[in-house]
Every structure is written in C-alpha cells, then in structure tokens.
Design a protein around this ligand. Structure first.
Ligand SMILES: Cc1cc2nc3c(=O)[nH]c(=O)nc-3n(C[C@H](O)[C@H](O)[C@H](O)COP(=O)(O)OP(=O)(O)OC[C@H]3O[C@@H](n4cnc5c(N)ncnc54)[C@H](O)[C@@H]3O)c2cc1C
Ligand code: FES
Length: 253
C-alpha cells in the first residue's frame, strides 16, 4: 500500500498557531468531519520538499480541531512552525493504537513535548487522573498547559514549580501519595525506561508512548521496529502500527 493511497490520508486547515515556549509551538488544524482520534495516537505531516512525513502526537481533538504541541528542531518542524492560519496541512492519521481508556486511577507522566499525548488522555478521561510533568527549565514549560499540570518539575528548579530535578525523581513520592492503578508516560527514552522500571517495582502496569524515527508511518518500511518480550518470547513490533503505546514491562529497553 502506498502512502498516496492510504485510507487515512487527510487534509486540514490551520486555524491557530502560536509559540508557547522557547522553541515550542501549538498548532490547531481543522479536520474533515469524519476524522476521529484517541489519546496516544499521532498524525504524520507532509513537510514541503521532504519525502518522509514527520510524526506528532495528538495533544487534543475537540470541535473538529486537532491540537499539536511541537518542538522546532530541523527542516520539517521549521516548515510547520512557519505555517499561517488558512494554510493547508497534508497528513496521515490518526495512526497507532493509543492508551487504554478504562477508568483506573491513572498517574500521567510527561517530559518535555512528551506532555502532549498524556495531556490528551487527561482531557479525554476528565476524572481519576493526575498529570505530572518535567521540563529542562521554566522557558520550556508550554504556556498553554501551565495551569493544566498538577505537579511540575524543572531540571534547574527555575520557574514557579513544585520540584527541582527530573520528573522521575518525584515518581516514588507521587505514587505513594496518589496510589495509581496505572501509569502512562511519554518523553525521552530514558524517562520511559526509568518510569517503567519504577512502576514494575510497585507492581503497577505502565503504558509507554514510544518515539522512533519514522519513514513511512504506516507499517510498511519496518524502519521503526522495536523488540518486545512477551512472556519470554521475543518479537518485533512497529512503533507506528503496533504502537506507539506499549506495555513498559514488555519493551526490551
Ligand atoms: C509517535 C511519535 C510522536 C511524536 N510526537 C511529537 C510531538 O508531539 N511533538 C514533537 O515536538 N515531536 C514529536 N515527535 C518527534 C518529531 O517527529 C520529530 O521531532 C520531528 O520529526 C523532527 O523533524 P525535523 O525535520 O524538524 O527534524 P530533523 O532532525 O531534521 O529530522 C530528520 C529526520 O529524522 C526524523 N526524526 C528526528 N527526530 C525524530 C524523533 N524524535 N522521532 C521520530 N522521528 C524523528 C524526522 O522525521 C526526519 O525524518 C514524535 C515522534 C514520534 C515517532
Ligand atoms: S515507519 Fe515505516 S514501518 Fe513504522
């Protein structure tokens, strides 16, 4: 199946774009009426002149508009950050599996732009969730989410935040205070790995939203494969098609 013919090929119109932290942007895209998504899924955007689409977690989907929170890094994200209201966005999605949606008490953990998909889960479930997040410094905290996060740490302690250091340093304390039935996390690889290990030590299931460099984003190229250990049996899984959300205890880190 080619990307051109993929059934989730979509077009949307930019309705809002703003810088919300140092190099971080919020973009809202009006979608076609039949678009639907759930927390943990992502869209992959065609960026002018680049064959490989860039994947971004959905931060919210409300009133027919997708919100994304993205960090400007290279050519692709520079292209998206320069889009204007009224411009057309060519994307595929919503892709991937997403988080479980049962009514557990959930501790949501975000690090950096990884806060986006766990924030979507908080908005979606409304009750029984606590969102904690870590950022490098106060300049990295997205203004649009500041008041939506229950506990924030910055690595250097800057800003009006509750903690100094990595958000992982506060996990034990948050687990004993909140007593979650489940933990969902998104952020850099090391944050996913450590959160998963701490959750396992407390016997709490942990869902991790993985990031892998993607080429096709639709499960064809096998460029985003990770290894899972399912009851002692090793198997490959594509982050784009089988994930990006996996059970932390099954990921071979
Ligand atoms: C499932 C998923 C969800 C993501 N959600 C977000 C999000 O919500 N917000 C956000 O800011 N970023 C997110 N990312 C990372 C984002 O896709 C990259 O930052 C972006 O592709 C960089 O593109 P670039 O052209 O600006 O940078 P470049 O570094 O120039 O990119 C070069 C190539 O590497 C790939 N690439 C680079 N970094 C990554 C990365 N971390 N993950 C995957 N591919 C990468 C690009 O797709 C491109 O093919 C997500 C990645 C994945 C896999
Ligand atoms: S990016 Fe091609 S299989 Fe996942």
């Amino acid at each position: 199946m080619t990307i051109q013919k993929h059934k989730k090929l979509n077009k949307g119109e930019v309705t809002h774009i703003e810088r919300v932290a140092n190099e971080m942007f919020l973009i809202k895209i009006k979608t076609a009426p039949d678009f639907s998504s759930k927390p943990g899924q992502f869209i992959s955007i065609l960026c002018d002149g680049h064959a490989m689409r860039r994947p971004f977690s959905i931060m919210n989907f409300e009133k027919g508009e997708i919100s994304l929170l993205f960090k400007r890094k290279g050519d692709g994200t520079a292209f998206i950050s320069a889009l204007k209201v009224g411009d057309t966005v060519d994307f595929i999605g919503a892709m991937g599996n997403g988080f479980s949606l049962n009514n557990d008490r959930i501790l949501l953990v975000g690090a950096g732009v990884g806060v986006a998909p766990v924030y979507y889960l908080k908005k979606y479930l409304k009750d029984g969730v606590r969102l904690i997040a870590g950022f490098q410094n106060s300049g990295e905290i997205p203004a649009c989410l500041k008041n939506e996060i229950d506990f924030i740490s910055t690595d250097d302690g800057s800003g009006e935040v509750q903690g100094k250091g990595s958000i992982v340093d506060y996990l034990e304390e948050q687990i004993s205070r909140y007593q979650p039935d489940r933990i969902c996390v998104c952020g850099p690889h090391i944050v996913l790995k450590l959160t998963s290990e701490i959750a396992k030590a407390h016997d709490i299931p942990c869902e991790v939203a993985m990031e892998k460099t993607m080429a096709c984003s639709i499960g064809v190229c096998r460029g985003c494969v990770i290894t899972l250990n399912k009851n002692g049996k090793l198997e490959n899984a594509s982050v784009c098609k089988d994930g990006p959300v996996f059970l932390g205890e099954e990921v071979v880190w």
